[in-house]
Design a protein around this ligand. Sequence first.
Ligand SMILES: CC(C)(COP(=O)(O)OP(=O)(O)OC[C@H]1O[C@@H](n2cnc3c(N)ncnc32)[C@H](O)[C@@H]1OP(=O)(O)O)[C@@H](O)C(=O)NCCC(=O)NCCS
Length: 186
Amino acid sequence: MAEGPGGESVIRRAHEADSLCIAVLGTQVFLDTYATEGIRPVLAREVLEALSPRAVVERIGEAATTFLVAERNGHLVGFAQFTAQAGHERVPYASPTELERLYVLERFTGRGLGKLLLRHAEDAARASGADGIWLTCWSRNIRALAFYASQGYEELGPTLFEVYGEQHENRLFAKPLGSMRGRSPG
Ligand SMILES: CC(C)(COP(=O)(O)OP(=O)(O)OC[C@H]1O[C@@H](n2cnc3c(N)ncnc32)[C@H](O)[C@@H]1OP(=O)(O)O)[C@@H](O)C(=O)NCCC(=O)NCCS
């Protein structure tokens, strides 16, 4: 468990009823992370479309997609979103899982929550048959680049991410998922 002043975090699978809070948390973290120069239409669209409560409900309902939420004192403080059988041309796994989002509210960062959510996501992916997990991370998101490197992810170089016609340089990261027995604790 990740602990901090005033409580300890619990990780659980999200239900439809979590969609409102996931959407709002996702919006706050997304804007904190990507609206580094302010708001422009592409960012506004991502928030109001991909991170709307309705869009989140739809994603929660997808069989291949899993949302794990981190809850602390009855409040959502972070979530992980990942999809099974989602490949990438430069990722070598037979049964790959894509980590689509890993978001921790800014005031709860640096306390081990990201690590905890990531470990649960990896365990869930492994338990459902994945042999590797991958993600892309914005090249200017220095903290997240350092975070994934510290969690055993190998950087596989740059890759272009396209959102509403805009292209951004991301970094591709991947990690093989061995058996539970081979996993190091913590
Ligand atoms: C990236 C993110 C998920 C990390 O979560 P977190 O809860 O802050 O990270 P943790 O406290 O679990 O840190 C785990 C490890 O990551 C590394 N790390 C975390 N923050 C770091 C920083 N600012 N600089 C360098 N390394 C860092 C450390 O090695 C740390 O291990 P340690 O605590 O044993 O030293 C979180 O900061 C976040 O949600 N950021 C905004 C959204 C985002 O960028 N998501 C990723 C998109 S690809």
